[in-house]
Design a protein around this ligand. Structure first.
Ligand code: GLC
Ligand code: GLC
Length: 645
C-alpha cells in the first residue's frame, strides 16, 4: 500500500464527514491543525494494528470523531494548559518537581478530606499527586480499585464526580499536577461491557477474550506467567453466566480487554479523553506490558503493545496534549526502556533502581546497582524517570540476570536470598516484611512491607535498640536522597515521609487478607502528622531530614535538567553519581550503603581537580580534594561544585 497516498485520501474523506459543531471557528482550526500534524503517524500505527480488517475505515472515522468530541468538551482552562505545555514540554524535568502517590481514603478519608489536606501537600513540597484508582469498582475485593466498573463515575465511598472536579481545580491552583490511573488492560467484571458480555451480547463478548472451552487458553497458557498464583492458578477464569473462559491476567474479576478489536481501542480512547478532561496532567498506564496477546509468546511487551500505546499517545497529542503518559512496566529492564519515548510514554517508573536499592541495602555491595544503572539509567532527554523506593505494590526482584552473572551472581539463587532477607527468614536481617504471591510450583515470591519496616525501624522499635533505630532512620533518608537527586521525578509513597510502620489489620479483613500488599497500604492520620513533629522521635528525624533534602533539591537547578553519570567507586559499599547541568554546575552524590565507615578515593570520584566542592548536607568543604573521603554509616554527601577559590 502507498501509505502516504492512503492517509491523505482517508483524511480527506474523514474531514468531509466530520462534525465539529461543538467548537468555535478558532478551536476548529486548532483541532484540524493538530489532526493534520498527527494523522500520518496515527494512521500508520492503526494500519499496522487493524489494517487487515475490512471495516478499518469505519473505525478510523469513528475514532477521529471521538477525538473531535473530546476536544470540544475540553474546558478553556485546560486548552490553555495544552498550549502552555506544548510551549514548555519538559516541565516534568524541573527541580521543583516532587511526587506523591496515595489512596484517597487512606490519606484523607474522601475527596473532600483530600482537598483539606492540600496545605500539607504544599508544605511537603508536592507538585505531582498520583491518586490511586478512585473509580467505581466492585464492593469488597476490587484489587485496590484496579478493577474499574465505570471510568466516569467516582467510587461513592470517596465522594462524587463534583468533588473530583473541585479537587482537580484546587490542586491546579496549588501548583500540583493531578495524576490518574488509566486502567486500560482490563475492566472489572461489573463494567457494563462485561455485564453485556455475560448476558450473551456478542458485540461485547468481542471486547474481551472469551473461549467456549479450555483448548485455546491451554495453548496460550504454555508460555504465560502467573501474576497472582496465591489466589488463582493460570490466566483464565470460568464465567458461569456466559459459560465461557475469560482471559484474566490478574484476578478473576479483572477481565482483559481485547485490543485486536478496534471497537475496544475507540471505546477506551473515549474513556481516556474523559479522564484527560478532568484536568489530570499525567495518566499512569496500568499494566501496559500485558495489553497485546500473541499465541506462542509470554504475551508481555509485544511489539503491538508499543504500537497501541503510541497510537493512544497520538490521540492525546490531538485532543489533550497537556497530558503525558507514565509507564508502569514492571518487567525486564531492557523491556522497561522500550516504553520510554516522547511519542510513547514520556515518564516511566524506574523499577530497576527501586529493586536494586533494596538489593544493595541487603548485600551492602553496590556492584550490581552501579553496573545496572550504568547500563540502563540513560533515557531520551525528552523523557523522565519516576524514581521511587516503595509504592502500593510488592517488590519484585527485577534485574538483568546477565549483568548479575558477570559478577558471579546467580539470579535465581540471589532472588531467593533477597526474599528470605526481606521476609524474616534470614538471620541478622534488619527488615520486617511479608511474602507475597508465593507460587506453589516454584516457590517464587515477591516482597511487601512499608519502607520504614523494611529498612529496619519496626525491628529497632520492637527491640528498643537505639543503634538499630539510628540505622533505620539513616537508611530511610539515604534511599530517599537517591530518588531526590539521581535525575527524574522523585515519587514518595504516602506515609513513608512519616516513617509509618507495617499495618497488619488487613489480616482481619476478608476482602484483603489474601493480598499481603495491604500491609503497606496504611492510613495517614492527623495524629501521624502531629507525631512526626514531636522532637527526636525516629519519625521526626525522618520527616525533618526529608524536608532538608527536599528543600535542597528545589533550590539548585542541578537537581532538575541535568545529565547523570554513574561512577565506578571501587569501594564495595559506596554508590556514587555525578549530575551536570547545562550551565556546568556539577553535583556529586555519594552514599554509603553499610553500617560501617567507608573510605573512598577522591580521585576515582573525580574530585582531584582542585575545584571547591561543598557538601550541601554537612557544610563540609572539600578543597583542595583530600586523598580520601570518609563516610559515616549510611552517610550521604551531596557535593556541589562551585568555582575554584
Ligand atoms: C498494576 C497495579 C496493581 C494491580 C495491577 C492490576 O500492576 O499497580 O496494583 O494489581 O496493575 O491492575
Ligand atoms: C506484576 C505486574 C506488575 C504489577 C504486579 C502487581 O508484577 O507485572 O505490573 O505491579 O504484578 O503485583
Amino acid at each position: 500500500m502507498d501509505i502516504e497516498r492512503e492517509y491523505k485520501r482517508s483524511l480527506e474523506r474523514i474531514l468531509t464527514g466530520l462534525d465539529l459543531s461543538g467548537m468555535s471557528k478558532r478551536e476548529q482550526a486548532v483541532f484540524i491543525d493538530r489532526l493534520n500534524e498527527q494523522f500520518p503517524r496515527l494512521f500508520a500505527l492503526l494500519v499496522e494494528i487493524y489494517g487487515q480488517r475490512y471495516d478499518f475505515f469505519y473505525y478510523l472515522q469513528q475514532l477521529v470523531q471521538t477525538l473531535a468530541n473530546g476536544f470540544a468538551k475540553r474546558s478553556n482552562v485546560l486548552k490553555q494548559k495544552d498550549n502552555a505545555r506544548l510551549a514548555a514540554p519538559h516541565w516534568y524535568q524541573d527541580e521543583n518537581m516532587l511526587g506523591m502517590a496515595c489512596y484517597v481514603d487512606l490519606f484523607a478519608g474522601d475527596l473532600k478530606g483530600l482537598q483539606q489536606r492540600i496545605p500539607y501537600l504544599v508544605e511537603t513540597g508536592i507538585t505531582y499527586l498520583h491518586l490511586m484508582p478512585l473509580y467505581d469498582s466492585p464492593k469488597g475485593d476490587s484489587d485496590g480499585g484496579y478493577a474499574v466498573s465505570d471510568y466516569r463515575k467516582v467510587n461513592d465511598t470517596l465522594g462524587s464526580n463534583k468533588d473530583l472536579e473541585e479537587l482537580s481545580k484546587a490542586l491546579a491552583e496549588a501548583g500540583i499536577s493531578l495524576v490518574l490511573d488509566f486502567v486500560f488492560n482490563h475492566t472489572s467484571d461489573e463494567h457494563p461491557w462485561a455485564l453485556a458480555a455475560k448476558a450473551g451480547d456478542q458485540k461485547y463478548q468481542e471486547f474481551y477474550y472469551m473461549f467456549d472451552d479450555k483448548h485455546v487458553p491451554d495453548e496460550y497458557e504454555k508460555h504465560l506467567r502467573e501474576i497472582f498464583p496465591q489466589v488463582r492458578r493460570g490466566n483464565f477464569s470460568w464465567d458461569s453466566d456466559s459459560n465461557k473462559w475469560v482471559w484474566t491476567t490478574f484476578n478473576n474479576f479483572q477481565w482483559d480487554l481485547n485490543y485486536t478489536n478496534p471497537a475496544v481501542f475507540n471505546a477506551i480512547t473515549d474513556e481516556m479523553l474523559y479522564l484527560a478532561n478532568l484536568g489530570c496532567e499525567a495518566l499512569r498506564l496500568d499494566a501496559l506490558a500485558f495489553i497485546w496477546k500473541e499465541m506462542g509468546t509470554n504475551c508481555e511487551n509485544q511489539a503491538k503493545a508499543h504500537s497501541l500505546i503510541q497510537a493512544f499517545n497520538s490521540c492525546l497529542q490531538i485532543a489533550a496534549p497537556a497530558v503525558v503518559f507514565k509507564s508502569e512496566a514492571i518487567v525486564h529492564p531492557d523491556e522497561v526502556l522500550k516504553y520510554i519515548d516522547k511519542q510513547e510514554c514520556q515518564l516511566s517508573y524506574n523499577p530497576l533502581l527501586m529493586a536494586l536499592i533494596w538489593n544493595t541495602l541487603a548485600t551492602r555491595d553496590t556492584h550490581l546497582l552501579t553496573e545496572s544503572m550504568q547500563k540502563s539509567f540513560e533515557i531520551s532527554p525528552d523523557c523522565a524517570w519516576v524514581n521511587y523506593v516503595r509504592c502500593h505494590d510488592d517488590i519484585g526482584w527485577t534485574f538483568d540476570d546477565a549483568v548479575a552473572g558477570q559478577q558471579g551472581v546467580n539470579g535465581y539463587d540471589h532472588r531467593r536470598f533477597l526474599n528470605q532477607f526481606y521476609t524474616g527468614r534470614f538471620e541478622g536481617s534488619f527488615a520486617t516484611g511479608v511474602a507475597f504471591g508465593e507460587n506453589p510450583s516454584n516457590g517464587d515470591c515477591r516482597v511487601c512491607g512499608s519502607l520504614a519496616s523494611l529498612a529496619g525501624l519496626e525491628q529497632g522499635i520492637e527491640q528498643n535498640n537505639a543503634t538499630l533505630i539510628e540505622h533505620a532512620v539513616a537508611r530511610n533518608l539515604m534511599v530517599h536522597s537517591i530518588i531526590l537527586s539521581i535525575g527524574g521525578i522523585p515519587l514518595i509513597y504516602s506515609g513513608d515521609e512519616l516513617a509509618l510502620l507495617n499495618d497488619y489489620s488487613y489480616e482481619q479483613d476478608d476482602s484483603k487478607k489474601h493480598d499481603e500488599r495491604w500491609v503497606q497500604r496504611i492510613p495517614v492520620t492527623d495524629a501521624d502528622i502531629q507525631a512526626s513533629k514531636k522532637k527526636d522521635t525516629p519519625q521526626n528525624r525522618v520527616a525533618t531530614g526529608l524536608k532538608t533534602l527536599i528543600g535542597l533539591r528545589k533550590q539548585y537547578s542541578v537537581f532538575g535538567q541535568a545529565s547523570t553519570r554513574i561512577i565506578t567507586p571501587h569501594q564495595n559499599a559506596v554508590f556514587a553519581y555525578q549530575r551536570t547541568a547545562k550551565d556546568g554546575t556539577s553535583l556529586l552524590a555519594i552514599c554509603n550503603f553499610s553500617e560501617h565507615k567507608q573510605r573512598v578515593s577522591s580521585i576515582t570520584l573525580g574530585l582531584g581537580n582542585g575545584d571547591v566542592w561543598q557538601d550541601l548536607l554537612s557544610s563540609v568543604r572539600v578543597s583542595p580534594a583530600p586523598q580520601e573521603l570518609e563516610l559515616a554509616p549510611y552517610q550521604v554527601m551531596w557535593l556541589l561544585n562551585s568555582q575554584p577559590v
